[in-house]
Design a binder for this molecule. Sequence first.
Ligand code: PLP
Length: 386
Amino acid sequence: MDTSYILNEFAEERELYFNAVAPPIMQTSNFVFNTVDEMRNAFKDEFSTYLYSRGLNPTVDMLRKKLAALDEAEDCLVFNSGAAAIFAAVLANVKCGDHIVSVRDPYSWAQKTFNVILARFNITTTYVDGRDITNFEKAIQPNTSVIYLESPNSWDYALQDLEAVALLAKKHKIVTVCDNSYCTPLYQKPIVFGIDLVLQSATKYIGGHSDTVAGVLTGSSAMITNIFNSEYLNIGSGIQPFNAWLLLRGLRTLTARMDRISATAFKVVEYLKSNAKVAKVIYPFHESFDQFELAKKQMTGAGGLLTFVLNAASLQQVELFCNSLQHILMAVSWGGYESLIIPKAAGLAPETFNINIPEHRMIRLYVGLEEATYITDDLQQAFDRI
Ligand SMILES: *Cc1c(COP(=O)(O)O)cnc(C)c1O
């Protein structure tokens, strides 16, 4: 299906709402039945009709259809956060005593799901360097039920060969889950490579304006139906209609924003590479990236997230650089209109900071929708201070 068609028309039934161009927000908790028989049928299969908005809702349905189509997946659920999508995808595929193989350093709340919550149910997790397929082979046990991927990683952009991991997992009847937040379906479609369940934080590029928290999960009809009937309805973390509407609005401009962000990010990468105050720049779609060949094989582009290692002499200099930025904001998250930084040092206790460890001098930069020079001028005046 053509991307423009998905974003502009698909799943919209304008004749149902006065031919309005913009869809309405079905801000309702419940739906009416005319007969007992209709109500009985709805109770039998809540995934087939509108009953209660913890389950299906028409505004959310429009979004589900578009997001499934973008991923080339059969079906989709939209959650109230990316973390909820991670939790539901994993929980649906494990039982007591199972084992998970996860790529090292996945999103922090995925780690907490594995290490804190699932550990209470005797579910163990082995973390592997996912850049080498043999590490997955070595880690698989008879009780492995899930392989958890995040490609690229959102700090060092390490990739996994999605096709190779999916093949291996199928051989062992293991479910694969991949966090695709970095790329969005515009730049990578893990389902096409055989991954079973794909999730992304829609808080990032789908929302695109730093005003909504949401998560997307796509996969086969069978898997998504199971998750709907159990984790989705039971945990009750589905997206609310108003937030779904904000994401529908975000989708209208997704390609334009991604094109712009990606082009600007490339200029910022080139600027940083030529800067003496920068020891290293990591960006997965640049020829200097050590997995660039794999990136080109499975991604069609990269967004605005990049990391650089500051040539600083002390923690004070790292902090001075960050505190000196005038326009680039210091905040978590990314994918919005505004450029952002997070220094690795903010996550470290000062006494554990070691200037000789390059990772401690890492700064993650998200390039937003500003002019490239607006961003590089701001970086330059901060570099000049150290
Ligand atoms: C933000 C993020 C998430 C979690 O999404 P929320 O919407 O914040 O719950 C998951 N994975 C990655 C890579 C993220 O950056």
